[in-house]
Design a protein around this ligand. Structure first.
Ligand SMILES: Cc1cc2nc3c(=O)[nH]c(=O)nc-3n(C[C@H](O)[C@H](O)[C@H](O)COP(=O)(O)OP(=O)(O)OC[C@H]3O[C@@H](n4cnc5c(N)ncnc54)[C@H](O)[C@@H]3O)c2cc1C
Length: 416
């Protein structure tokens, strides 16, 4: 079967590799450099964890948001001129997980998607040049006070879902973290986790592992589809039309109009995020940590150190607002004073999380075309969920039942 995969972020490339292994011929449609700055994993936190089943929309978040919006250096910001078109999306996002039952319902859908994520990644990259880039070790969430850890309701959710987590005292942290950030006195770990030393290199290595005879790269922009009798026969793109037997939509935050043409109008938004990547790592930190109070991930890199975070609600195509990188740098220096001055030659990056109002991706068959599969909208967990998403797409195209319930991801869950 000739399958067109639209978009070569981590979702599209993982899917293309899986489908090629299943014996399909792949055309990967991507107008920008594959593994380049345009994909949302380029400068992300690079964490892979089975504990990422707690939706970002949570009870109490709506109460924190007004404070964030008037606080300098807050982890959330809005580009006000873009806000009118995004207000409804934002309100729906806040409402989705605003009560404990809603949060648990979303977590029930997400838990199977991220279950075994580090192991699935290890399987996906086995024998490829990406193998040395994935480190499997716990992710540490750090707290400035014991009260702030107790106030973080995400641990109760993880406990309820049987995720292996451990509480850590300051002494534990001092023993197990080399280069412990200043001001953090306790923490918790999600034990089945990992992180990637080079997310761009990881995507490029996955791409390189696809046998050349199975892969065509089409450096064009997908525009729409030619449909006949409920099937996509051709992709329309900036270079013309290409025939196909099946198509996968994995174009990240830009997937909305393509999905709509296939009958699925879904509330896909854009949460922009930022990173600063220092070229060296003077901190001594050798494992990834989350500063839970700041919502910032600090991850050792090849080479250097990456500090990633911030949510900016804005038009995805608007110019980056580098003040968010300055915030990340200031935060980083406050916990690692030795980073002072290292911003001068650091890499600055802005990327766009493809985010659904219910923090749950869209994975499933399109309403108007039985040979089209949606695979987008992974928000904050797309790196983690990519390996399982690729397997699900393969199952759907092979008419096999996926090994997890797909109802929570249905493109039709917003209808009516
Ligand atoms: C700051 C930050 C930190 C993060 N931290 C983590 C983390 O620690 N762990 C984790 O699991 N996730 C994390 N994420 C989320 C994760 O990076 C994303 O969910 C994931 O990268 C999305 O991948 P994707 O392939 O679905 O979409 P994208 O990476 O957006 O890829 C879509 C691709 O489609 C292409 N495209 C767009 N339109 C078209 C078109 N019309 N035709 C053809 N191609 C098109 C784009 O050029 C792009 O390359 C983070 C994100 C950010 C921004």
């Amino acid at each position: 079967m000739h399958v067109i995969v639209i978009g070569a972020g981590i979702t599209g490339v993982a899917t293309a590799k899986r489908l090629a292994e299943a014996g399909h011929d792949i055309t990967l449609v991507e107008p920008t450099e594959i593994g380049g700055t345009n994909n949302a994993a380029y400068g992300n936190g690079a964490l892979v964890s089975n504990g990422f089943m707690v939706p970002i929309s949570s009870p109490g978040l709506w109460r924190q948001v007004p404070g964030y919006l008037v606080t300098k250096d807050a982890p959330l910001a809005v580009r006000w001129r873009d806000f009118p078109g995004r207000a409804v999306w934002g309100l729906k996002f806040l409402a989705a997980g605003a009560t404990v039952p809603r949060q648990r319902k979303l977590a029930t859908g997400l838990a199977p998607l991220v279950k075994d994520a580090p192991a699935l990644h290890a399987e996906m990259i086995a024998g490829t040049a990406a193998e040395p880039l994935l480190k499997r070790e716990p992710v540490y969430y750090l707290y400035p006070t014991e009260e702030s850890r107790r106030a973080d309701g995400t641990w109760a959710v993880r406990k309820d879902f049987g995720i292996s987590c451990s509480e850590k005292s300051l002494e534990d942290l001092q023993q197990s973290i080399s280069g412990l950030p200043k001001g953090y006195v306790c923490g918790s770990t999600i034990n089945e986790s990992g992180y990637c030393l080079d997310t761009s290199g990881y995507i490029k290595a996955l791409l390189a592992a696809i046998p050349a005879e199975r892969l065509t790269i089409l450096a064009e922009r997908a525009l729409g589809f030619v449909l006949e009798e409920g099937r996509v026969t051709h992709l329309r793109h900036s270079g013309g039309e290409t025939a196909c037997d099946a198509v996968v939509i994995s174009a990240g935050h830009a997937s909305g109009p393509l999905a709509a043409e296939l009958g699925d109008r879904v509330p896909l938004g854009a949460e922009r995020g930022y990173c600063i990547q220092y070229r060296t790592n003077p901190t001594g930190l050798t494992q990834p940590v989350m500063l839970a109070d700041q919502r910032i991930a600090i991850t050792p890199k090849l080479p250097g150190l990456r500090v990633a975070g911030q949510v900016e609600i804005a038009d995805p195509d608007a110019p980056a607002d580098w003040k968010h990188v300055e915030i990340l740098h200031r935060r980083a220096v406050s916990v690692f004073p030795e980073l002072e001055g290292h911003d001068a030659d650091a890499i600055r990056w802005m990327g766009v999380r493809p985010s659904m109002t219910d923090c749950t991706p869209v994975i499933g068959r399109a309403s108007r075309a039985s040979n089209a599969i949606h695979a987008f909208g992974h928000g904050h967990i797309g790196f983690t969920a990519s390996a399982r998403t690729a397997r699900i797409v393969d199952d759907l195209l092979s008419d096999r039942a996926p090994d997890i319930p797909l109802a929570p991801f249905s493109p039709r869950r917003f209808a009516g």
